[in-house]
Design a protein around this ligand. Structure first.
Ligand SMILES: [Zn+2]
Ligand SMILES: [Zn+2]
Length: 157
């Protein structure tokens, strides 16, 4: 299974090489609402080696929950593409909305629904937490996936 993706202006391209569909979840926290200028963020957890980037990116690093998160954006149009964090070494958290065919993806879990905008209704039976779940609860919700050591997802963005 693979994905391609790109920024708004098309100068930066992503290529994802994943054996299985990478875990996808929505985060409704205030930080994600601000980052995205929208109601929530869609995060796809990928192995860093599986994410190839071509084109010039800018990065921005900041401290978050005691970890350092580095965001990567297109250097021309500033579309935020993915981030890396010391909370999850070896991974890249891709902003899934930049992927081609993203309209066919369905999040497996929703976190920080305490901050969810009231007009957003979630499907029955979908895994969700008011804030950040424990790593164990999150891993079990994404149980089709192989996540051996999952940090708290809210610390990943
Ligand atoms: Zn761009
Ligand atoms: Zn968030």
């Amino acid at each position: 299974m693979g994905f391609t993706g790109q920024c708004r202006c098309g100068r930066v391209h992503l290529q994802l090489r994943t054996e299985t569909l990478a875990p996808l979840y929505a985060c409704h926290c205030l930080d994600c609402q601000r980052w995205s200028g929208s109601a929530f963020a869609l995060h796809m957890l990928c192995s860093a080696q599986a994410v190839d980037v071509s084109g010039d990116t800018l990065s921005y690093s900041h401290a978050h929950d005691g970890q350092i998160s580095t965001q990567y954006a297109c250097g021309t149009c500033f579309t935020r593409l993915f981030n890396e964090t010391t909370a999850a070494p070896g991974m890249r958290v891709v902003r899934a909305g930049v992927l081609d065919g993203a309209e066919r993806l369905t999040p497996m879990a929703h976190i920080w629904v305490a901050r969810k905008q009231s007009w957003v209704s979630l499907p029955e039976g979908i895994a969700q937490w008011p804030q950040s779940p424990t790593p164990e609860a999150f891993a079990s919700a994404l149980s089709e996936q192989t996540l051996t050591s999952t940090p708290p997802p809210a610390a990943l963005d």
